[in-house]
Design a protein around this ligand. Structure first.
Ligand SMILES: Nc1ncnc2c1ncn2[C@@H]1O[C@@H]2COP(=O)(O)O[C@H]2[C@H]1O
Length: 837
């Protein structure tokens, strides 16, 4: 233990002390009667000398469910009959009985139809009762159908009734058990009797209501547990875990969907001993093992046994996390929002939370890097000189503040052999002014907010445009066709389709569609159409990529709707008002933006700031206006973080953090470093899924998502990748022209339209920026085409390079010929998107 660090045992003791003090001060009746009876006033306790809290089994509290919780709103009976025979009279009798008791009946004929109907998103009118014809196994396998129904989420409350043949039912060997085991609640003998069916429907309706009430109550309690900062676990009487809440999963590195497992695998200590001794209600420490960390943690735990009859059915464990664990969550994470609109740290909970400023001074504040350096330095003791030298070098590197700044490993080689790639990558990765700054200023006034004409915002689309937008979630989406068809307003149209319709942003942000349309138009108007690359088509392209990524299972499981909304907003606005020149150019020309942002993250800061300036400037545009303060704070934090993550000078920092957290290579530790990890194609990356359960790692995922979307052009099918390459080169050339004209330092001297080789610049871009990143991201979201497109584009650029092609015009010409050659003569040629010479 490091000096000044508070042990878990001390924390437990302090927690107990606090609770005891509180009770003394307030005469509080908090805690169970049993626990209060067992709590001691003297707390000079250690685990060694005596149990921390003795058993409180003297007057077991009754386990009861408040009757108000068992409420289910009355609903008219919804009956579903599954009868293969269309004109079944039994089915007609059941349906008639349903209407006689004030309900409605629908009939389907088979398994597929039934299952389709039961999926909530297809039909929100879930039936309360399903009557299934089990008389003709050759037409309908009633047992399989019941199992399939029970396999669908949220169907536990549906009452399933099997109708069987009278002759079969009366046989001696008729077995009810297989029906019950498959999920049926009742088995009924075929009948046409109206009275019998009415009685059955009334009983079924009451059973369905009771089931709905009970399951609703359980779901409400599970939701409450999920929103608690305490770690909650529920076991059965055999100490098998039945339920764990989100905090439990987060802290211990579990997946939410993990099935029953012995509690003792994870937990130990006094709390468990008390639980297994039959205690009803107790407070005692528990030790919990975390997946990602070797050392167990010791936490204060409150427990209770639940027994509706004489025997215990469930045991509840509620463990209180320490303040240090709160710190691990990171401030302002979306997770704090999921707990309601309160900051985690301010949620009222007794015990350790009462940290005052004075106490802060006594807290063991130490950066992890300091601990690492201390550990490494300790390792030098007695080590051979060569090891000492290595460690000292490592410590020297760790002491710098530039841990993630890229240092090209084979820079000299690159510089000699490929000056264009060196130019491009160097310019992308370096921050601030390039050279001695000229005193001239740019005449650009980049902070002008262009107002939009907010009439005519209806999202009316022509047939062709509609058809095109229907393909908005494909990786070969025709973005340039959209640009043409919308006359340079692709962002608004695509935004309404993806953000509005596909991702229901209006629902998540509680704004109306008009506000979203106004917002998109405003943002789009503030992109500069004169830029060949950084215009609203690029914004739409990045939005499309983010939406595509969000559809991947991995992200669907990880991100909440508010996080998805933040990502889409950030994507749409991430380059708003881009001047078409780089941050370095702005710094060199002493542009007002560079002055405003002190040469640091100039463009990205501007994009993020302007996004909020535009959004908040007018209620008709403000898509966030209905969010409460905490939600707004959170989405703002997320949007800003993602926009800032698009800054290329931080490229390797974001990539390295992502790879270090989520991947281990089979042949080495994660700490080997990024280049060593991801560039070795023969050493497969293995995803470390435990890291996914830690919410603080989510931010790395979100940054990586927008980064990959931002440069996804190189991982698109060839015709798109080439058009984007042409556009960015055009923009670079214009910057060089301007730098020369204004006698400014030239940021990328090789990007001169007369001499630059486009294929070489793209080869360098793919080699140094794209490949590693796309490999890591593609494996993460399971999207191999990101890598395959990048590889085949790389291959084609090499062919062009080897053929001596350099300028944009030559590239376009070669590509047209290539398209003609690879198209069979009797079919129509696919033209390049909007490529002009
Ligand atoms: N195909 C490409 N070739 C060269 N550079 C690119 C390409 N695509 C994106 N970039 C650069 O990568 C940068 C990512 O951030 P920006 O959009 O600000 O600016 C982008 C360009 O400077």
């Amino acid at each position: 233990m490091l000096a000044g660090e508070e042990t878990s045992i001390e924390l437990v003791k302090r927690w107990l002390q606090n609770r005891a003090d509180e009770d003394l001060e307030t005469g509080s009746s908090g805690g169970s009667p049993g626990a209060r009876a067992g709590r001691r006033s003297s707390l000079a306790l250690t685990p060694e000398d005596e149990p921390l809290v003795d058993v409180a089994n003297r007057s077991p509290p009754p386990s009861y469910i408040p009757s108000a919780l068992l409420y289910a709103p009355p609903e008219p009976l919804e009956l579903l009959c599954v009868f293969p025979e269309r004109a079944s009279r039994v089915c007609a009798a059941a349906s008639a009985a349903a209407s006689r008791v004030g309900g409605e009946a629908r009939t389907v004929r088979g398994l597929r139809e039934t299952l389709e109907l039961l999926r909530r998103d297809v039909d929100p009118r879930l039936p309360h009762v399903v009557v299934i014809d089990a008389r003709q196994p050759q037409s309908l396998d009633a047992i399989a159908l019941a199992r399939a129904i029970r396999g669908i989420k949220n169907t536990q409350h549906i009452i399933l009734i099997a109708v069987v043949k009278k002759s079969a039912y009366l046989k001696d060997d008729f077995a009810v058990l297989p029906f019950l085991e498959a999920g049926y609640n009742r088995v009924m003998v075929e009948t046409l009797g109206a009275t019998a069916w009415c009685a059955e429907m009334l009983q079924a309706r009451s059973a369905a209501t009771a089931a709905r009430a009970q399951i609703g109550a359980v779901a409400a309690l599970a939701a409450a547990a999920d929103r608690s900062r305490d770690l909650v676990a529920v076991t059965d009487d055999q100490q098998r875990i039945l339920l764990t809440n989100k905090s439990w999963c987060r802290v211990l590195g579990w997946r939410v969907e993990e099935g029953p497992r012995p509690f003792t695998e994870t937990a130990g200590g006094e709390a468990l001993r008390l639980a297994s001794s039959g205690a009803r209600d107790w407070e005692a420490p528990v030790t919990l093992r975390r997946r990602a960390a070797p050392d167990p943690i010791l936490l204060p735990c409150r427990g209770a046994a639940v027994a509706l009859t004489r025997s215990t059915s469930h045991v509840v464990f509620v463990c209180e996390p320490t303040n240090a664990m709160d710190g691990e969550r990171g401030r302002g994470s979306l997770h704090s929002i999921r707990r309601g609109s309160l900051d985690v740290r301010s949620v009222a909970s007794d015990g350790l939370r009462r940290t005052s400023l004075a106490k802060l001074q006594g807290l063991p504040l130490e950066a992890p890097i300091t601990k690492v350096i201390t550990l490494l330095s300790a390792a030098t003791e007695g080590a051979p000189p060569s090891t000492v030298a290595c460690i000292e070098r490592a410590v020297d590197m760790l002491r710098t503040s530039e841990l993630y700044s890229p240092q090209m490993k084979d820079e000299p080689k690159l510089r000699v052999e490929d000056p264009i790639a060196t130019d491009l990558i160097g310019a992308l990765l370096s921050q601030g002014p390039t050279n001695i700054i000229s005193s001239r200023r740019s005449s650009n006034d980049s902070t002008v907010v262009r107002q939009t004409n907010r009439t005519n915002i209806k999202h009316k689309t022509s047939g062709q445009l509609r058809e095109l937008l229907d393909t908005a979630l494909t990786w070969d989406f025709e973005i340039f066709r959209l640009e043409d068809m919308t006359r340079g307003r692709p962002l608004t149209h695509l935004g309404l389709t993806l953000m509005g319709q596909r991702f229901d942003l209006c629902g998540t942000l509680e704004c109306d569609e008009r506000t979203l349309a106004n917002w998109l138009t405003t943002i789009e108007t503030n992109y500069r159409p004169k830029n060949s690359y950084h215009n609203s088509t690029h914004a739409a392209d990045v939005l499309q990529a983010v939406a595509f990524f969000l559809e991947k299972e991995r992200l669907k499981c990880l991100l909440e709707p508010l996080e998805a909304a933040a990502a889409l907003v950030a994507a749409a606005a991430h380059d708003v008002d881009h001047p078409g020149t780089s941050s370095a150019f702005l710094c060199n020309s002493l542009d007002p933006l560079a002055i405003l942002y002190n040469d640091v993250s100039v463009l990205e800061s501007h994009h993020a700031a302007l996004t909020f300036k535009l959004t908040l400037s007018d209620d008709r545009v403000n898509i966030f206006k209905n969010l409460d303060r905490e939600m707004f704070k959170t989405i703002r934090h997320n949007v800003i973080d993602m926009i800032l993550a698009t800054e290329m000078t931080k490229h390797y920092e974001h990539l390295a953090k992502f790879v270090n957290v989520f991947y281990a290579t089979s042949g080495g530790s994660k700490e080997d470093g990024l280049q060593a990890d991801v560039s070795k194609t023969d050493e497969p990356l293995s995803l470390d899924t435990t890291a996914l359960s830690l919410p603080e790692n989510l931010v790395l995922v979100k940054r990586m998502m927008i980064k990959c979307a931002d440069v996804s052009n190189a991982s698109r099918p060839q015709k798109f990748a080439f058009e984007w390459a042409k556009r960015i080169a055009d923009e670079y050339f214009l910057q060089t022209d301007e730098e020369k004209a204004k006698d400014l330092p030239v940021v990328m001297p090789m990007f001169d339209r007369a001499t630059c080789s486009i294929p070489r610049s793209q080869i360098g871009f793919i080699d140094y920026i794209i490949m590693d990143m796309m490999e890591a991201w593609a494996a993460f979201i399971d999207m191999p085409e990101l890598v395959s497109h990048a590889r085949s584009n790389h291959q084609r650029w090499r062919e062009l390079d080897e053929a001596g092609v350099t300028t944009i015009a030559e590239v376009m010409r070669a590509q047209r010929q290539y398209a003609l050659q690879s198209t069979p003569s009797n079919t129509t040629t696919t033209t390049q998107p909007t490529a002009e010479e």
